[in-house]
Write a protein that binds this ligand. Structure first.
Ligand code: ARG
Ligand code: ZN
Length: 879
């Protein structure tokens, strides 16, 4: 087999032929589904060579049964079929192409194209899954209206769904029936969807701003009918929010969501028929945590928002993926911030971003927000395209201001409605609406890697001036050795050390106010702030105003000061994180040198201060009391020593627990409540604060803490509390606490796969050294299956990604286990295989012994016959 070849952005050309209307008929059967396609094809006006060009269609794993043009069957010498294409040598200017193919949904374990999940049929076409359904120009710049007829068994598939509106249905001989759907909005084939099965629906409605009534349906398996309330409420809030915030109204009379058990990603925005991973839509107070409720809300909104940012205006090619994903993530983040606690939403997003996206940007698969080549596009549904893409849109909003941003957005949706466009088209609208020159800003889209800013500052008492120097540098990334300076908005304030207030700032004679944005465009820039009334501590990069690493030589006293006085909630939190990191650094060094560990009293006092301060935002307080994760600590180290990091973090946590035990107990009791569960900000905040307190008490296995955890577990009030208690009991060193609770839990929830996923994750993230045996044992558990992505993520993903001390065991057994799974998944589900391998690709960050072990496993994988997905990742990791 020859090595898979990359696709390049610079090779882009419009297609020679386009499809204006697509008629599909599916005769569904698990082993042999027949797909008839009638394509209305014409030459593309923008291609001068269209007349001489053959018709080239994509197709994979299809068996062609018939082909005709304008009703005339073709002779075998008039066309050619390969593993990936169907080419018709000569075609008229405008014609009808009829094809019929056979496919086998039951054999489809890759979950791309048409497949079966728990007996039902469903599809996932983005990015290039439609070519596994029928021969078609499978590219987003070909947009057609669709008319789809589904034929299924009336008993097994009473429900037959596709995009748009149902226009006809009827009985057929042999116990079969059909439904025809019409989607009037031209769309690329990646937005096509069908669902067929024995499903039940929950129905509601939404009246749009212009007074149209839209029917809303959530389709689930019968046993999940009681788990749709939150998704439905979230959908209605999202619809109203998009009208109010972006002036975007829904454009069909029907909007459907379907929950599917086997799904590679979170969800998919197919026109009028969103398909969701059941984990991203189903909630119930007894089965889903607060975090899961919030995730569902965010994903429901995300997919709904795609109806405009993605569907009405789509991407010209897959290099532009961030055009729809970055913008839509930004939109869903703002929606969640508006519905919940905005500062906490920002803290959570940034904490995740700085851990996971920074690691991606520093690793072998680093790529720009708009990559210039790929082998397998599925590998580019990444934190960089999504989350860094959203950070860049956020910077745009902050640079031009909300009003110009909204005008630019209106312009974008109006000008490009019904078109497939590029990132330039979007940024141009913002530039036009604001009058700003965004040409340097465009580098954010083409340069990979996390920019680093070194900041230095000094207060000149005699002149009342503050001198700030910012120096930026973006480290080399694979294929990009040299980087140009970026346009970086740095939001900042100067907090007076005497008053504790934000001081007025003047820069180059211009009054900036107390909170301002300065623009770093050069490699190095010097800023002189005049009339700074007293010596300040600078508060830099407020709200994480740019996705960069900013270093400033803060003393611990400075950080403790910002922790209490910074007016920016995000930076207050970040000051606490920085303070903890300094203490952790010392302890990591002490651990490595075998020196006795001593806790920094300044951290203890800072935490004591937090626990005693009057606070109105408990959710922020809970975040502030949460130590940086092991993964984030690792990100700060030149060489990752997983054992030292774990030991140091545990030591800090236990020291704080010992010193502040009574405060944590008090906080626990103050925030415990018997109120009926609601996924509302105030309750969520109290629960997270209470559970953070409990985690400190359990870190020292405090007798009273243990009793509280056991009581919280048995009370079974809601899954947030139960899961937290079970995790703490399971992660304690006492097997007598873990085993009975785990047993009770699995007996109670054996019937619910999404709850059993939590049971898997909790066990495989135990820090105890016997956990690897547990992972192997659980892989044989009847509730586990390598074919289900949620199970794989819950068990293997959680172990390899979150249990750092055990995954990185010095005997390499953790690496071996992951490689074995990757090799098996490479055959079953290449997309998931290429994702789950990530921790192994980060070998550069570890000591030589571990590097050798990790690389040996990557080599072992490379020796297999690989899917393009795994091939691309492994090649990069070993390059
Ligand atoms: N567009 C979808 C979303 O962001 C994700 C689709 C991903 N598809 C894939 N094969 N990875 O909601
Ligand atoms: Zn998306």
């Amino acid at each position: 087999m020859s090595a898979p070849q990359p696709t390049y952005l610079h090779d882009y050309q419009p297609p020679a032929h386009r499809v204006t209307h697509t008629e599909l008929t599916f005769d569904l059967a698990p082993g042999a589904t027949r797909v008839k396609a009638r394509l209305h094809v014409e030459r593309h006006p923008e291609r001068d060579d269209a007349a001489e060009s053959p018709l080239t269609l994509d197709g994979e794993q299809l068996s062609l049964k018939a082909i005709a043009i304008d009703g005339q069957p073709l002779d075998p010498d008039e066309y050619r079929v390969s593993d990936t294409q169907l080419i018709v040598h000569r075609v008229p200017k405008r014609f009808l192409l009829d094809t019929e193919v056979e496919i086998a949904p039951e054999a489809n374990t890759a979950l791309e194209g048409l497949y079966q999940s728990s007996g039902m049929y469903c599809t996932q076409c983005e990015a290039e899954g439609f070519r596994r359904i029928t021969y078609y120009p499978d590219r987003p710049d070909v947009m057609a209206t669709f008319s789809t007829t589904l034929i299924g068994d009336a008993q097994r598939e009473p429900v037959l769904l596709s995009n748009g509106n149902p226009v006809e249905r009827g009985e057929l001989p042999g116990g079969r029936h059909f439904v025809t759907w019409e989607d009037p909005h031209p769309k690329p084939c990646y937005l096509f969807a069908l669902v067929a099965g024995d499903l039940e629906k929950v129905e509601d409605s939404f009246t749009t701003v212009s007074g149209r009534e839209v029917a809303l349906q959530i389709w689930v398996e019968e046993e999940n009918l009681d788990k749709t309330d939150h998704a439905m409420a979230s959908l209605k809030r999202a619809m109203a929010w998009d009208e109010q915030t972006y002036g975007r109204e829904y454009d069909l009379d029907l909007f459907m969501i379907v929950a599917v058990n086997d799904f590679n990603m979170g969800a998919m925005e197919n026109k009028g028929l969103n398909i969701f991973n059941s984990a991203a839509v189903l909630t119930h107070p007894q089965t889903a945590t607060d975090a899961a409720f919030q995730r569902v809300e965010g994903i429901v909104a995300h997919e709904y928002f795609h109806n405009w940012s993605g569907n009405r205006v789509t991407c010209r090619d897959w290099f532009q993926l961030s055009l729809k994903e970055g913008f839509t993530v930004f939109r869903d983040q703002c929606f969640s911030a508006d519905t919940n606690s905005a500062p906490v939403k920002r803290i959570e997003d940034v904490a995740f971003f700085r851990t996971a996206q920074f690691a991606e940007d520093a690793g072998p698969t680093a790529h720009p927000i708009r990559p210039d080549h790929y082998i397998e596009i599925t590998n580019f549904y990444t934190l960089t395209i999504y989350e860094k893409g959203a950070e860049v849109v956020r910077m745009l909003r902050n640079l031009v201001g909300w009003e110009a941003f909204r005008q630019g957005s209106d312009r974008y949706f109006e000008r490009f409605d019904g078109q497939a466009v590029t990132i330039e088209d979007f940024v141009d609208c913002m530039a036009e609406a604001s009058g700003l020159d965004l040409s340097q800003f465009m580098r954010w889209y083409s340069q990979a890697g996390t920019p680093e800013i070194d900041a230095h500052g000094e207060y000149d008492y005699a002149k009342s001036e503050y001198h700030l120097t910012l120096r930026q540098r973006t480290p080399a990334t694979p294929g990009q050795p040299d980087k140009l300076p970026l346009h970086i908005p740095v939001r900042l304030g100067m907090v007076g050390t005497k008053s504790g207030d934000d001081l007025r700032m003047t820069l180059d004679g211009e009054a900036l106010g107390r909170d301002a944005v300065i623009h770093l465009r050069e490699e190095e820039q010097h800023f002189v702030f005049t009339d700074i009334a007293e010596a300040p501590v600078p508060s830099l990069l407020r709200g994480f105003s740019a996705p960069v690493k900013l270093r400033f030589p803060y003393s611990r006293e400075d950080l403790a000061f910002l922790l209490t006085h910074d007016s920016d909630g995000f930076n207050r939190w970040d000051a606490g994180q920085r303070l903890a990191l300094l203490a952790l650094d010392d302890l990591i060094a002490a651990h490595r040198n075998g020196v006795e560990k001593v806790m920094d009293v300044r951290v203890v006092e800072a935490f004591r201060g937090l626990l005693h301060a009057e606070t109105d935002d408990k959710a922020v307080l809970a975040e502030m009391l949460t130590l940086p994760s092991e993964a984030y600590i690792a990100e700060q180290q030149p060489l990752v020593d997983v054992d030292a990091i774990h030991a140091a973090r545990t030591f800090v946590k236990q020291s704080l627990a010992v010193a502040l035990r009574d405060d944590f107990l008090r906080v626990y009791h103050d925030n415990a409540s018997d109120a009926a569960y609601a996924p509302e900000p105030e309750q969520i905040a109290a629960r997270s604060l209470k559970n953070v307190a409990l985690s400190y008490l359990m870190s020292i296995e405090d007798e009273e803490g243990i009793e509280l955890a056991q009581r919280q577990f048995s009370a079974g009030h809601n899954m947030t509390d139960v899961r937290c208690a079970l995790t703490l009991l399971t992660h304690s060193s006492r097997g007598d606490l873990a085993d009975p609770a785990l047993r009770l839990f699995s007996e109670k929830w054996a019937h619910d796969p999404l709850v059993m996923d939590q049971w898997f994750s909790i066990q495989v993230t135990r820090p105890q050294s016997d956990v690897l045996d547990r992972v192997t044992f659980l892989m044989d558990h009847p509730a586990f299956s390598l074919k289900n992505p949620n199970r794989v993520r819950a068990l293997i993903g959680a172990f390899a990604g979150q249990n750092r001390v055990n995954f990185h065991r010095i005997d390499g057994a953790g690496y071996r286990l992951l490689a074995d799974v990757v090799i098996e998944l490479n055959r079953l589900n290449p997309e998931i295989a290429a994702r789950i391998i990530t921790p192994l690709t980060r070998w550069q960050r570890f000591d030589e012994q571990r590097q050798a072990l990790m690389k040996a496993e990557l080599e072992r994988i490379r020796a297999e016959e690989l899917s393009p997905n795994v091939f691309e990742v492994v090649e990069k990791a070993l390059a």
